[in-house]
Design a binder for this molecule. Structure first.
Ligand SMILES: NC(=O)c1ccc[n+]([C@@H]2O[C@H](COP(=O)([O-])OP(=O)(O)OC[C@H]3O[C@@H](n4cnc5c(N)ncnc54)[C@H](OP(=O)(O)O)[C@@H]3O)[C@@H](O)[C@H]2O)c1
Length: 344
């Protein structure tokens, strides 16, 4: 019987709960994929009182410091204390798996220098873009990446295109659990800007500060703009896009863009996400899939767990680590230039 791969979990919310369920319900299938069983040994939550869980509940600092664990899976979210726990776990020699786009976009390169850091779930959940950029396309030259990286705003824009006001479309998304009570991270485009920073670092091998990416959210969009788009045979999508200019500078921004109705990006509906990659040698690629939701995110976390249990190198983490000593790249907004022909 192979030795189990022992993990500690920080966070048992939407994604952590879905991961814990999969680890129990799909244990045999996961063991086959990982080459050995994956054993959930400890869990930390913010409110443990009176709570039942599929493994002992322990304080987060104890879980992070437990030398018997092979890996820590961080699914708490937010910058702090998640960043501090991730750093401590890596310094203590654990493998680290996270879905936290804020921590990776802001601190990814310095954290990745400390040890194996895996973060497939931090961008577009189930779409396998992180390791694809770092490994499969790692030796290519990526000219541009562009995508719909936020399902909440995509759903709101779709409802507005069908005649709802922004306020009604937002309220409906909140009722359906798609938008949070404070929707600013989505509608002001902080969320897709963080995800864009991560994929742009992996695509262009430059260190990027997400706060330098220009953002135009969807709050100010009115019916006139959407009507005008329809009359021009287009649809409005919130597009996160970045490209290299003469292999030196980087242009990037997140903003609503007009997409022709028959373009693949126009047919990405509701909570779906899509990413177009323009690679010099591999050519144009278009990846589409479920961009949010507990099962989709847990599926990407499990992919990282299987790679960790099999001792497969953390390629995306290694790439970020190689950027840690670089100065932060200057970024100009892309403005009204089309991000990349087949995306627009
Ligand atoms: N939800 C999605 O569809 C999705 C998709 C892709 C990526 N992600 C990312 O996945 C991560 C988790 O998201 P989520 O939706 O699962 O969040 P969530 O439902 O809010 O769950 C957060 C969990 O973390 C625990 N927690 C919070 N602060 C803690 C602390 N200081 N110490 C210990 N535990 C703490 C909470 O404990 P309590 O249960 O006691 O409150 C809860 O169990 C985030 O980084 C998010 O961006 C989410």
């Amino acid at each position: 019987m192979p030795v189990p791969y022992r993990i500690g979990l920080l966070g048992l919310g939407h994604v952590g709960g879905a991961l814990a369920r999969r680890l129990v319900e799909d244990a045999d299938r996961i063991a086959t994929a990982a080459g050995r069983p994956i054993a959930l040994e400890a869990i930390a939550v913010a409110h443990p009182q009176g709570r039942s869980a599929p493994a002992p509940l322990r304080p987060a600092n104890e879980v992070v410091g437990d030398a018997k664990l092979d890996a820590i899976v961080e699914l708490m979210g937010g910058l702090e204390p998640a960043h501090t726990y991730i750093k401590a776990a890596l310094q203590a020699g654990r493998q680290l798996i996270t879905a936290n786009k804020q921590v990776i976009a802001t601190h990814g390169p310095t954290l990745a220098r400390l040890g194996p850091l895996r973060f497939e779930a931090s961008v577009a959940s189930a779409i396998p873009i992180v390791e694809t950029l770092a490994e499969s396309l790692g030796s290519d030259r990526i000219r541009a990446v562009a995508g719909i990286l936020n399902g909440t705003t995509n759903s709101i824009l779709e409802a507005m295109g069908a005649g709802s006001s922004y306020a009604d479309a937002l309220a409906d998304a909140q009722r359906r659990g798609l938008a949070e009570a404070d929707p600013s991270a989505d509608v002001e485009a902080h969320d897709p800007a963080a995800k864009l920073a991560i994929i742009a670092m992996l695509a262009f091998h430059h260190r990027i500060d997400p706060s330098q990416i220009a953002r135009v959210g969807i709050r100010e969009l009115g019916h006139a703009e959407l009507l005008n788009a329809r009359e021009r045979g287009c649809i409005v999508k919130l597009i996160a896009a970045a490209r290299t200019v003469n292999e030196r500078g980087i242009e990037a921004d997140v903003r609503p863009r007009l997409i022709p109705r028959d373009a693949p990006m126009a047919r990405v509906d509701g909570a779906m996400n899509a990413i177009a990659v323009d690679a010099t040698y591999a050519g144009p690629l278009f990846l589409q899939g479920v961009g949010a939701g507990p099962d989709a995110a847990a599926s990407a976390v499990l992919a990282d767990l299987v790679r960790a249990a099999r001792d497969i190198p953390a390629s995306a983490g290694a790439l970020l680590a190689s950027l840690a000593d670089q100065p932060v790249a200057a970024i100009a907004p892309m403005g009204s230039n089309p991000p990349y022909p087949s995306a627009s």
